[in-house]
Write a protein that binds this ligand. Structure first.
Ligand SMILES: NC(=O)c1ccc[n+]([C@@H]2O[C@H](COP(=O)([O-])OP(=O)(O)OC[C@H]3O[C@@H](n4cnc5c(N)ncnc54)[C@H](O)[C@@H]3O)[C@@H](O)[C@H]2O)c1
Length: 337
């Protein structure tokens, strides 16, 4: 599969390495970035040709699939352009920053019938798969509650470094929209469709940004389960995601990228799937690679990818409900998705 990378920044460089690691399944043929230096650096390391715009790349190269690694508010429009140019698409999280943009992309995907996957690499981490399998096979019983904790830290220099970070117009939000969405997506994947959100947000440890560095929420799910969520970039020094899922027959805890605790009245602890990759890679990068493999297989087999646009939209809708609830000071109901 011949890939174009759109956006050659921090995560674009990771995608280039992932594409390179797929071996015969993938080749990087084009790298698009408004910064020739950034595009050129990736080209010199992983091959392909550098372009300033996607349109130039599409005109010049044979491209099967496009990886969108641009700032968040540019995701949907660039993914739609790629779909209409006949490409399959893998788009970084969040799917975009508004539901209107996500819906435009969903409409374009349905119209073109092409594959679009939204990155949520943590769903592919072995301990996360174990928890999800335990839910699916009944080992936790009826899922009653969950807690997603993203107690991260970002120094002021993180927000000062790129002009889109911490802006409402392009980042679309802060500690939750950009960072906490990963663990929130896991909570939603485990507990089902959120129906009501009560939330608070704050900006306590950073200056000169328009977005929150702290968000807390309680979420009621369609099943009746209750979720709690903390997303912070103001929790020095920052620690790994912790996700707890409780059921009436068992409990599972992800902590520090491990299945830190598992108890079940009757059910067995599911085996951890093997996610292989190059030596020395960390758990989130290996998980990212596993999601790439899923995308390539989905395109090849003509099936849905593991993380669909609809899944990405559901997590985005939950983030936006958190913001609305915090702004309005009242619980917010989520519409059917
Ligand atoms: N899955 C993950 O773990 C993960 C991690 C980091 C970032 N992300 C997501 O990836 C996206 C990018 O984040 P980042 O940290 O790599 O940002 P970044 O600022 O490092 O990179 C963005 C790149 O896009 C380029 N760019 C911006 N506008 C452009 C345009 N109109 N045309 C061409 N190029 C343009 C910039 O020059 C820059 O190189 C964000 O949506 C973020 O949420 C995901």
């Amino acid at each position: 599969m011949r890939f174009a990378l759109i956006g050659a920044g921090v995560i674009g460089a990771v995608h280039a390495r992932l594409i390179d690691t797929l071996g015969d399944d993938a080749t990087l043929v084009a790298v698009v970035d408004q910064s020739p230096d950034r595009a050129g650096k990736i080209v010199s390391e992983y091959g392909g040709h550098a372009y300033a715009t996607a349109a130039e790349a599409y005109a010049a190269e044979e491209i099967d699939a496009v990886a969108i690694c641009l700032p968040s508010a540019l995701h949907a429009d660039n993914a739609i352009e790629a779909l209409h140019a006949g490409k399959q698409v893998i788009v970084e999280k969040p799917v975009d920053i508004t539901l209107a943009a996500a819906d435009r992309l969903i409409a374009a995907q349905r119209e073109t019938g092409r594959t679009v996957a939204v990155i949520s690499q943590r769903r592919f981490q072995p301990p996360v798969t174990q928890i999800r399998t335990a839910i699916d096979n009944g080992a936790l019983g009826r899922v009653t509650s969950g807690i997603a904790e993203s107690a991260f830290f970002r120094p002021q220099s993180y927000y000062d470094g790129d002009d889109w970070r911490g802006t409402l117009a392009v980042d679309g939000g802060g500690a939750l929209m950009n960072q906490g969405i990963h663990a929130l997506d896991l909570l939603v994947w485990m507990l089902g469709r959120p129906v009501q959100v009560s939330a608070q947000t704050g900006r306590l440890a950073h200056e000169g940004i328009e977005v929150e560095d702290l968000a807390g929420a309680s979420i009621r799910f369609e099943s009746g389960a209750i979720g709690l969520m903390l997303a912070s970039t103001a929790a020095y020094p920052g620690r790994p995601v912790r996700l707890t899922v409780h059921g009436d027959q068992g409990t599972a805890v992800l902590d520090d990228d491990q299945l830190a605790y598992f108890a079940s009245a009757e059910g067995a602890r599911p085996d951890a799937p093997v996610v292989d990759g190059p030596d020395g890679w960390g758990p989130t990068e290996l998980a990212h690679l596993a999601q790439y493999r899923d995308f390539v297989a989905a395109v090849r087999d003509g099936r849905e990818p593991a993380v669909t646009l609809e899944a990405g939209r559901r997590s985005l809708a939950t983030v936006l409900a958190v913001y609305e609830s915090a702004r309005e000071g009242r619980p917010v109901e989520l519409e059917e998705d």
